[in-house]
Design a protein around this ligand. Structure first.
Ligand SMILES: [Fe+2]
Ligand SMILES: [Fe+2]
Length: 207
């Protein structure tokens, strides 16, 4: 479980916001960062780079893929939740190009990402064809969302929301995001999030 300190061998150990994993002499460092201020667009983009980096590392069988998937889950839940509770409602009311459609579509794509991520988390091992297939699906869903969000939400926000408000939103986004990361995210919590999204109709086929 992410956030649960364990021994120095065979599992992730969290130190000051970092997961240090020592496994058969391999050491991997996963730093999810703790920004406390900044332009909300820059903070969101920094997380998007982090998602891409974690996905790239997850493809590498020499990496500690179990620690990486735990870190990805924590960041994905924290980032999506902070966007939905803090950023998207504010942009909806301040950026005329960010419509209700963009907000709802973003929530649907977060739900699709959570669902694809749950499939990765529920696999027992990380060295199987099933893991590679689930990782490929997760990468497809998440990369699609990052591209779309940057084109249809972040670009209008940059053009239509002033720098002072963007910094205010950045601080609020960081506070929400960091709180979830510090609390840690479990597979059980992710499963409940996916079940909730299903019952809200966010995962309907034609969504
Ligand atoms: Fe995002
Ligand atoms: Fe998003």
């Amino acid at each position: 479980m992410f956030g649960e300190a364990r021994g120095s061998r065979g599992g992730p150990e969290r130190r000051a916001g970092r997961t240090v994993s020592v496994d058969d002499g391999r050491v991997s460092l996963i730093d999810l960062h703790r920004p406390i201020s900044g332009d909300v667009i820059d903070l969101i983009l920094a997380d998007h780079y982090l998602f891409e980096d974690l996905l790239r590392r997850l493809r590498n069988t020499a990496e500690d893929r179990d620690a990486l998937r735990q870190a990805f889950m924590t960041l994905h839940v924290a980032h999506a939740s902070a966007e939905e509770s803090v950023v998207l409602p504010a942009l909806r009311s301040r950026a005329k190009s960010v419509t209700e459609h963009e907000v709802e579509h973003g929530e649907e794509e977060h739900a699709e990402g959570h669902e694809a991520l749950l499939a990765v988390m529920e696999l027992k091992g990380t060295g199987t064809q099933a893991f590679d297939d689930a990782l490929e699906e997760l990468s497809t869903v998440v990369n699609h969302h990052l591209v779309e969000e940057e084109l249809t939400v972040l670009n209008p926000a940059r053009d239509e929301v002033g720098p002072v408000k963007r910094r205010d939103l950045g601080a609020a986004f960081a506070t929400e995001r960091n709180a979830i990361i510090d609390a840690g995210v479990t597979v059980e919590q992710l499963r409940a999030i996916v079940a909730g999204a299903k019952s809200e109709g966010l995962l309907d086929e034609e969504g």
